[in-house]
Ligand binder design. Structure first.
Ligand code: 5GP
Ligand code: MG
Length: 456
């Protein structure tokens, strides 16, 4: 598939390429992993937090959440927000909130994500979080004695976090790696090609060293042609980086001895090897690079891309797993969309006609104009019915609860807006880069502003 361009990026000028690991270099069977995460966190809510629910009453629905949604913690709602911060679709638990009710609550509210009432679900790892929250809200509505919605949101977040930290999820992956991880020989091909072109490669991951070893040895090492081990590809490997803190603060680096996994403090410049923690500013300085010499690829719009773009001048690339499905759906629903656009234009011209007749009302035969207006009214209504039906058909191509990831009605979604502002390029999988030479000059399409659209 293609690489999509928001800002000019000349790959010839990029000297070093940094990679996030999970969901960037390494792909997961998302539905299976998120189901595991959902069930593990649910068990912890029952055993640690004493939630009075039965695990068999809650089920992970992989469609219930898409990347970019927002939890309204106070109200127990899931929201899809436009780029202007307006709520476009909402659910209370798993129950849709009708338009009237949604307007009542949110019409005069901009969703400000920096506010503590909101939690955004920005990565594939947060799908289980949103789905579990929604199901618990439903349980509370049915009478389960659960804390208030805000506390439920905080507890779910805490238990998901614990499941990632305490080894529950990582051990499950270790014990059954084929179930959760997708090995893709093209990743090794891409890395070896980039290295052949003289690019200096880095890994910067929030995963620990032993998990990184496990995943990279499973997905990269067996497919290498010019190297014998994944570690030979990378000049510096940073594990437990704690992104976005890695891009923001001056954490110290620890050096990891690859065989034993033992750690020691480092005082010398970071020029090679495997490390833990540390910070981007020092890494850049020690590698003697300028910010815009480095391209960093990650899947987390906030942790990997937004922070980096705001604080350092690195170039950024986002890997967005749902993109391939979204593009396939856009392709197959193309004709419906064209039909909707055509009907919208017809509707617009009917509305203009109606307004003209309205003006003529005072100077012409009132009754005649009125009957003409009624005729136009009923044609508009007819057109509206056709448009609604087509919009329903169009929805069937996308997520049944939320529609597209990158759109919120006719506007871009908040998520798409972040992608456009902060990711220089974006793609569905890191291996999409194989379709381009490492010398490519990526150029964006010219964006058309409303006043530049010329109607015939
Ligand atoms: P990266 O994408 O930076 O390579 O690494 C992601 C790592 O963060 C994975 O090891 C994943 O298990 C972990 N992770 C994802 N979500 C959470 C979370 O909510 N809490 C914690 N503690 N770790 C997480
Ligand atoms: Mg990642």
């Amino acid at each position: 598939m293609s690489v999509y361009v928001n800002r000019i990026l000349n790959m010839k000028k990029i000297k070093a390429i940094g990679f996030d690991m999970d969901y960037t270099l390494v792909r997961y069977h998302t539905d299976k992993f998120e189901k595991l995460s959902f069930n593990t966190a649910l068990e912890k809510l029952i055993s640690i937090k004493g939630y009075p629910v039965r695990s068999e009453d809650l089920h992970f629905d992989p469609q219930m959440v898409i990347q970019g949604l927002v939890i309204d913690k106070k109200r127990g709602n899931l929201l899809k927000v436009s780029r202007f911060g307006k709520v476009k679709i909402s659910y209370h638990g798993t129950t849709p909130i009708d338009f009237g009710q949604q307007q009542k609550v949110y019409r005069n509210r901009m969703v400000d994500l920096s506010h503590e009432n909101y939690q955004s679900l920005d990565t594939c790892f947060s799908l289980s979080n949103g789905a579990l929250f929604a199901q618990l809200v439903e349980q509370k509505k049915k009478g389960a004695e659960l804390p208030d919605f805000e506390q439920i949101a905080d507890d779910v977040r805490e238990m998901i976090d614990l499941a990632h930290r305490d080894g529950s999820l990582k051990n499950a992956v270790r014990n059954n790696i084929e179930e959760y991880i997708i090995p893709d020989p093209n990743v090794a091909r891409l890395l070896e090609r980039l290295k052949r072109y003289g690019k200096r490669l880095l890994v910067i991951t929030n995963s620990d060293y032993s998990y990184t070893e496990l995943l990279m040895n499973y997905t990269v090492t067996p497919y290498l042609k010019e190297h014998s081990n994944w570690k030979e590809l990378f000049e510096v490997i940073i594990t437990l980086a704690k992104k976005p803190v890695f891009f923001l603060e001056k954490q110290d680096f620890l050096e990891i001895e690859p065989k034993s996994g033992m750690m020691k403090n480092v005082h010398a410049p970071i020029t090679e090897g495997i490390h833990q923690g540390g910070n981007a500013q020092q890494l850049q300085k020690d590698l003697q690079l300028k910010g815009d010499d480095i391209l960093y690829l990650g899947d987390h719009i906030y942790g990997d891309v937004v922070t980096l773009k705001k604080t350092l001048n690195w170039r950024t690339a986002l890997v967005l797993e749902p993109l391939s499905q979204e593009i396939a759906s856009i392709q197959s629903s193309k004709e419906i969309l064209q039909e909707i656009d055509k009907l919208m234009l017809e509707k617009e011209s009917l509305e203009t006609k109606l307004n003209t007749l309205d003006i003529e009302k005072s100077s012409k035969n009132k009754n005649e104009v009125k009957s003409q207006m009624n005729e136009v009214f009923s044609t508009i209504e007819n057109t509206n019915t056709q448009i609604s039906k087509l919009l329903d058909d169009h929805k069937n191509y996308f997520n049944p609860y939320w529609g597209e990831v990158m759109r919120a009605g006719s506007e871009e979604s908040r998520f798409a807006d972040q992608v456009e502002k902060y990711a220089c390029i974006y793609m569905s999988q890191v291996t999409d880069l194989l379709n381009y030479s490492p010398k490519t000059y990526f150029r964006p399409h010219k964006r058309i502003l409303p006043h530049e659209i010329i109607n015939n």
